[in-house]
Design a protein around this ligand. Structure first.
Ligand code: PNS
Length: 162
């Protein structure tokens, strides 16, 4: 019997977390014992939410999931994953359009650390169109994001665009 805990790091910008991300986290828990959601702090993108706000929104949205912890990281993902003594990175795949980008990330990460595997989980159909950027655009112009993001995120978006 193998008693080693299966842990995955689920990295991303999460600006903000959506139901699509939560779907991957929840389904990921059927494969992994623990998931560390890791928010990138040094993104090239200009985020709407600060890293602390993003971490707080993920914590609030996953508070019923004790096997999920939330953290942030700077620098290379592979350095962070190694530091955490984890061997698997979890990423969601929504559509074919994601594949090229994800292949690039997974390949460079494999080059940086061949011991660490990237595991892809296909998004549920109902979230295959959903992205943080779309959510921000809809919220910015006053559209409803109610079915797209957790309540805390909906409130936070309302505040940002008030
Ligand atoms: O949600 P995103 O923006 O698609 O996530 C991208 C992320 C955070 C996984 C990727 O940009 C990343 O890991 N950045 C950290 C820097 C790094 O390790 N770069 C080399 C691989 S891209």
């Amino acid at each position: 019997m193998c008693l080693t805990e299966r842990i995955a790091v689920y990295p991303g910008s999460f600006d903000p977390i959506t139901y699509g991300h939560l779907d991957i986290i929840k389904r990921g828990l059927s494969v992994f014992d623990r998931i560390i959601v890791a928010v990138l702090n040094n993104s090239r993108k200009a985020p709407l939410f600060t890293v602390n706000e993003r971490v707080a929104l993920i914590k609030e949205s996953t508070k019923e999931l004790p096997a999920v912890s939330v953290d942030s990281f700077d620098g290379l993902l592979m350095d962070y994953v190694r530091k955490k003594k984890v061997h698997v990175v979890l990423r969601g795949l929504r559509a074919i359009s994601d594949v090229e980008y994800e292949l690039q990330i997974a390949s460079i990460n494999k080059h940086l650390d061949p011991e660490i595997e990237t595991c892809f989980m296909i998004s549920s159909n109902r979230y295959s169109f959903l992205s943080s950027s779309m959510v921000k655009e809809v919220a910015k112009y006053g559209g409803s994001v109610h079915l797209l993001v957790p309540d805390a995120v909906e409130r936070a978006l309302e505040k940002k665009f008030m």
